[in-house]
Design a protein around this ligand. Structure first.
Ligand SMILES: [Zn+2]
Length: 220
């Protein structure tokens, strides 16, 4: 069943098909004699440059760019921002719909740039992403510096702390004076279990705890 209204795409129910778009596909198009306008080439070329700038032998194994289609019909674009110089940057959601044949939606959810649009606006989605990328960093193709040892340790601490949950109701932490419940598989609460294992308290090292957005991409 085709879902035509963009605001209903979030509920899923359609069969979007995602394909990875390797650089070789682009070259193959050119070799096959496909004529692309200068504007189209610029958006694709710049997206390729952004992608290539983030490939470091590690990033591309976990993250990347996906371009697919929707049965609305339309296009879907998903660009993972984790580990790039756009990670944790704010993007103001854009929703434009003047008719069933003229619409697009762009947003960033859980460090993923997500765009969907009618069949004629894939290039527009790419441009919106590229314009935003250029506005966020003086050198938009310069990836962030590798994490320092301290930052790596903080990241590991945060991930470890976030993995500790599942309070056991009505069973208090064994730490003297602590009023929190213990967590499963420990006699301590989350904070004291962390401190028991790591030998230093969590709060002093990491003040903020990220809460991953549970929203999913329309086709999931
Ligand atoms: Zn405790």
């Amino acid at each position: 069943m085709a879902i035509r209204h963009p605001t209903r795409r979030c509920s899923g129910g359609h069969d979007a098909q995602f394909i990875l778009l390797p650089a070789t596909s682009f070259v193959a198009l050119l070799n096959a004699g496909v004529r692309l306008s200068l504007t189209e080439m610029n958006a694709l070329t710049e997206l390729q440059a952004w992608y290539a700038s983030n490939c470091d032998g590690e990033w591309e194994h976990y993250y990347g760019v996906e371009i697919g289609t929707l049965d609305n019909p339309g296009w879907a674009l998903r660009i993972n921002l984790v580990g790039t110089n756009l990670e944790d940057h704010v993007f103001s959601e854009r929703i434009v719909e003047t008719s069933d044949d003229n619409w697009y939606l762009c947003r960033v959810v859980a460090n993923q740039f997500e765009g969907t649009c009618d069949p004629s606006k894939l290039e527009l989605l790419l441009k919106i992403f590229l314009d935003w990328a250029k506005s966020q960093n003086a050198d938009w193709l310069k990836p962030p510096p590798p994490m320092t040892d301290e930052e790596l340790r903080e990241q590991e601490d945060r991930q470890f702390y976030e993995s500790l949950n599942d309070d056991v109701p009505s069973e208090l932490c064994r730490q003297m004076g602590c009023a929190k419940n213990r967590i499963r598989n420990s006699v301590m609460c989350r904070d004291h279990h962390f401190e028991m294992i790591r030998k230093y308290p969590f709060i002093k090292r990491c003040i903020t705890i990220s809460q991953p957005n549970k929203q999913t991409f329309p086709n999931e």
